[in-house]
Design a protein around this ligand. Structure first.
Ligand SMILES: [Zn+2]
Length: 292
């Protein structure tokens, strides 16, 4: 599935590897209750949650930003032929090459690959398999990794962890650092003259979000995995199962929502389908969400 929208001088695309009811809602968001979900069913069903099976709708995807002289990919999804623990992510075989060529963003033309964090569902298309080896998929691009996440994941890998975090690090991150042009990103850095990194720790220790700054346009924020469900806008203290630093994740979520409400910024969560974005408004101590 492909979505696109024009933002000023840029074309933004979302290429989805898949969208579906993959995650049990109470497993993924342990702070939520079935009663609370039922109370919001009228707008959650079917775009965000399916009550019959209590599953959240998740999208795995790549954002592609095309400008006259740059093609930027923000996060690279699950990837093909990768051995993963989750059935829905294991050994995918999608026609990503054809999708990218189809939007005029062939892998060789991509100039920047930008990562929010190093979980396996965000780094997959960094590499593809060639003659049995993992090689850079975007071979002419410079890859931008969050510096803190890289240090944390590298130390896990070096201590022998080869499953939850180590698998993706081995097949999708290390081959890049060893053979491709690589930079490490910190809070406040600007990439490709248009993306400004902000520290967003919690889901991972070194997660970054990226604000897209284009002349005369609202601020769009690639908000990574700070939010997995719009229910976390209404209940910002609810973390996902995979938030590695739970207390920090809640603070980061609230700070992002506050910033978005104050600046009329549009959020583009990493696992949301489509490019309408989430618009946030403050209400008392809390927040409301609207979808374009
Ligand atoms: Zn994710």
């Amino acid at each position: 599935m492909l979505y696109s929208r024009r933002i000023g001088a840029a074309d933004l695309f979302q290429i989805t590897e898949f969208t579906g009811p993959t995650h049990d809602a109470l497993w993924m968001l342990p702070g939520l209750s079935r009663e609370t979900l039922d109370a919001h069913a009228a707008w959650l069903n079917p775009g965000f949650w399916l009550p019959h099976t209590n599953r959240l709708i998740f999208t795995m995807q790549l954002f592609v930003l095309k400008m006259s002289d740059r093609i930027i990919v923000v996060d690279t999804g699950v990837g093909n032929h990768k051995s993963r623990r989750a059935d829905s992510q294991n050994m995918l075989n999608t026609p990503m090459f054809d999708w990218l060529e189809g939007i005029g963003a062939g892998p060789d033309e991509v100039t920047h690959v930008v990562q929010t964090h190093l979980h396996g569902d965000h780094v997959g298309w960094n590499t593809h398999v060639v003659d049995g080896r993992w090689e850079p998929f975007f071979q002419n691009a410079t890859y931008y990794f969050p510096a803190t996440d890289f240090a944390v994941f590298q130390s896990r890998y070096e201590s022998g962890e080869r499953d939850l975090y180590g698998r993706a690090f081995a097949d999708s991150v290390l081959p890049i650092v060893e053979t491709a042009s690589t930079r490490f990103v910190r809070d406040g850095d600007t990439i490709a003259d248009c993306l400004v990194a902000q520290a967003a720790p919690g889901h991972t220790e070194g997660q970054l979000t990226y604000s897209l700054r284009l002349a005369d346009e609202p601020e769009y924020i690639f908000s990574a995995d700070v939010l997995h469900s719009p229910m976390q806008v209404l209940f910002p203290e609810i973390n996902s199962r995979w938030c590695e630093l739970p207390e920090v994740a809640g603070k980061t979520r609230r700070a992002l929502l506050h910033h978005a409400a104050k600046n009329a910024a549009v959020l583009l969560p990493a696992h949301a389908a489509g490019l309408g974005g989430w618009q946030i408004a403050g209400q008392g101590d809390g927040f409301l969400v609207q979808f374009a």
